[in-house]
Design a protein around this ligand. Structure first.
Ligand SMILES: Nc1ncnc2c1ncn2[C@@H]1O[C@H](COP(=O)(O)OP(=O)(O)OP(=O)(O)O)[C@@H](O)[C@H]1O
Length: 284
């Protein structure tokens, strides 16, 4: 069996887990780790043309970058969007990552090579809303359809009748091995699983799609984003989050960070927190 990974990146999520529990769940702590033959990939192919950027990623990913107050690292000025007031700064970040968007709305090459990453669904939704508002054209509403599983009485609710008008979305695949293919996306039933929010099981029929001009950092893991914006309205809170966000980029020039509000340490530069659990990186 061949496994691949980078312990500088975010670790498996343990709900409400302590640092010790999160570390304990890592493969690094498994007895299997000692029996594994390790091979190291040492060249960052994604950022091959920007050695400074590769080194910077490794420095703070390994927890070796100089810090202030234990965990705050300095982001070089040219990689930052100055924070003024929230609305203006976010607009500026959007303009830098999605320049001339009005003339590129229909270019899939343009759209798939850029994204803004953030920490919470709220900020992601806010940025997605601002970007989708820039698209012109007729708005169509596609209703979701909620039902309680095994509820046989509520057979034809209004939402269901509504759903008959637009049954599928026809879409063109923009990325990956099926690029260019036209596909029909139907609604599929989704059941919110883990959280026992309700005493019954809710089934929601909806289109399995999501705007992705902006996405949360964990969702971006594994992707290459040539023009990446990172919006940090609050501090990074887990191991490897800042590293995953910034290492999606290919160069210092095309990676922009907006920290809100930037913590003032009475010195030049924009500082943001970086969490590194050194125990998973080094045999200690
Ligand atoms: N040998 C190579 N030659 C040229 N480009 C490469 C090579 N290996 C990887 N790349 C490019 O580098 C980028 C990152 O590759 P890949 O997604 O496989 O890395 P990864 O280790 O999974 O990264 P991460 O874990 O950070 O997401 C991709 O754009 C890929 O095309």
């Amino acid at each position: 069996m061949v496994m691949g990974g980078d312990f500088r990146q975010v670790l498996p999520v343990i709900k409400r887990g302590t640092r010790a529990q999160v570390i304990d769940a890592s493969l690094r702590m498994s007895p299997l780790w000692l029996l594994t033959k390790k091979m190291r990939l040492t060249t960052n192919m994604r950022a091959i043309n920007d050695p400074w950027f590769s080194d910077f990623l490794l420095r703070f990913g390994d927890g070796n970058e100089d810090t202030v107050e234990g965990s705050f690292i300095c982001i070089p000025d040219d990689m930052t969007i100055p924070f003024t007031i929230p609305e203006n700064s976010i607009k500026e970040l959007i303009n830098v990552i999605f320049p001339s968007i009005q003339t590129n709305l229909h270019s899939s090459d343009y759209i798939i090579s850029r994204a803004i990453l953030s920490t919470t669904n709220d900020s992601v939704n806010d940025i997605n809303d601002q970007l989708i508002d820039l698209f012109q054209g007729e708005e169509k509403i596609y209703y979701i359809f909620d039902e309680v599983e095994d509820d046989s009485h509520n057979i034809y609710p209004i939402e269901f009748l509504n759903s008959l008008t637009h049954n599928v979305i026809d879409a063109e695949i923009a990325i990956g091995q099926h690029t260019g293919k036209i596909v029909f996306l139907p609604r599929i039933p989704l059941c919110p699983s883990e959280d026992d929010m309700f005493p019954f099981k809710l089934k929601r029929k909806q289109f399995p799609i999501q705007l992705s001009f902006s996405m949360i950092i964990n969702k971006a893991q594994g992707q290459t984003i040539p023009h990446v914006g990172v919006y940090l309205p609050n501090s990074i809170f887990s191991h490897g989050q800042l590293y995953v966000a910034l290492s999606r980029g290919i160069s210092r020039e095309n990676t922009k960070v907006l920290v809100h509000p930037a913590k003032d340490f009475g010195r030049e530069g924009v500082y943001t927190s970086n969490v590194v659990f050194r125990e998973v990186l080094h045999d200690e």
